[in-house]
Write a protein that binds this ligand. Structure first.
Ligand code: FAD
Length: 322
């Protein structure tokens, strides 16, 4: 029987869906039993909810665990891993999990597979698929678990949440924090995003602008077109670097991931860092003076031309159509 430990995350006091996604991933292993590890403060309600899904729920309930801290969590979990000797520890590849997974792998002397989108066991080996180069390429990786198993961080959304659970009636195991383990970092504050800031990740139509706009003043043309189209304005990194638009509008690997229906790319070359932030296969229309620009390789329609001339014309046409 392969033991799988699922590390459960809570967000704003609520169990994160990833806990159940990882349960689906764990159930994919043949002859496996999944247990949950839950860390936090006042987590008894969350623990009893988890017993409906998992047979065993290991709970660390302590004020010192109120805030996510990968370094501390990895030292708290290490004895559990050494005692339970799981085949795999599944951790959500979230901001917290990204920090916890490699630290736990080092402390438990276990191999790490990061950001997996599939997992299977083949004999005593774990095989996974993960994306690399901003999602352009899929890499197959395998790991040989040590006696403490293998650590796998799993991309949120890669597995479906199982159907509502039967009343499983699992049991809670109250675990204690090892005596010599204490947090080494102090939590200062949670900074929540400005609610009035634009959220381009939810926009259906994006008018995105790149360095081809040439001057900050010319952005007026882009804002006017976006308004006529009922779209949000997005941009490439150079536009943010020049402080012409806010960082919250930057699409790309170091910016925001967007999934609009329509993406209008104005004066954008089409670097892989920029394209890496466009998901969901939108309809892409591009305008660029350079017919060899890579953006034309991914665009559904393209116009070789000057945006400073074409954007006002486009706006006029769209407004004329009402
Ligand atoms: P350029 O590549 O300079 O392209 C400008 C385009 O405009 C050209 O194709 C040109 O032909 C065209 N043009 C010029 N004038 C006109 C005109 N009048 N009319 C029409 N077309 C015109 N970039 C991002 O966007 N997002 C990221 O998240 C991101 N993350 C990065 C992370 C790292 C670690 C690194 C190293 C880079 C990152 N970059 C990112 C930068 C990225 O590599 C590119 O430099 C950037 O995307 C290029 O932006 P651009 O297309 O606006 O500019």
């Amino acid at each position: 029987m392969k033991r799988i430990i699922v590390v459960v995350e809570r967000v704003n006091g609520e169990l994160n869906e990833t806990a159940f996604e990882l349960l689906t991933a764990a159930r994919g292993f043949e002859d496996a039993a999944a247990s949950a590890a839950l860390m936090g403060e006042s987590v008894s309600d969350a623990a009893s909810e988890l017993t409906r899904w998992f047979e065993n729920v290991h709970v660390y309930d302590d004020p010192s665990l109120a805030q996510p801290d990968g370094d501390y969590q990895s030292r708290v979990l290490k004895p559990l891993i050494e005692r339970e000797k799981p085949f795999a520890v599944l951790i959500p590849h979230t901001n917290t999990g990204m920090e916890l997974a490699p630290m736990l792998a080092v402390r438990a002397d276990a191999p790490l597979i990061a950001d997996a989108i599939s997992i299977e066991a083949v004999g005593q080996e774990i095989r996974s698929v993960r994306t690399v180069y901003s999602g352009k390429v899929q890499a197959r990786v395998s790991a040989d678990p040590t006696e403490n198993g293998a650590i796998v961080s799993v991309r949120p959304g890669a597995f479906a949440v199982p159907e509502a659970p039967p009343e499983a009636g699992g049991s809670v195991h109250a675990e204690s924090i090892p005596e010599d383990v204490a947090p080494r970092r102090q939590f200062v504050e949670t900074v929540t995003p400005d609610p009035s800031a634009v959220d381009i990740s939810q926009a259906e139509v994006l008018v995105a602008v790149g360095r081809g706009i040439e001057d900050e003043e010319n952005l007026e043309l882009v804002h006017a077109l976006a308004e006529a189209m009922g779209a949000e304005v997005a941009c490439t990194r150079p536009v943010v670097d020049k402080k012409w638009l806010e960082k919250s509008r930057q699409v790309g690997t170091s910016g925001v991931t967007v999934k609009p229906r329509v993406y209008l790319a104005l004066g954008i070359s089409g670097s892989f860092q920029h394209l890496g932030g466009i998901k969901g296969d939108p309809f892409i229309a591009a305008i660029n003076t350079d017919s060899a620009a890579p953006i034309f390789g991914v665009a559904d329609v393209g116009i070789v031309g000057n945006i400073l001339e074409l954007v006002p014309l486009l706006e006029e046409k769209i407004r004329a159509r009402g």
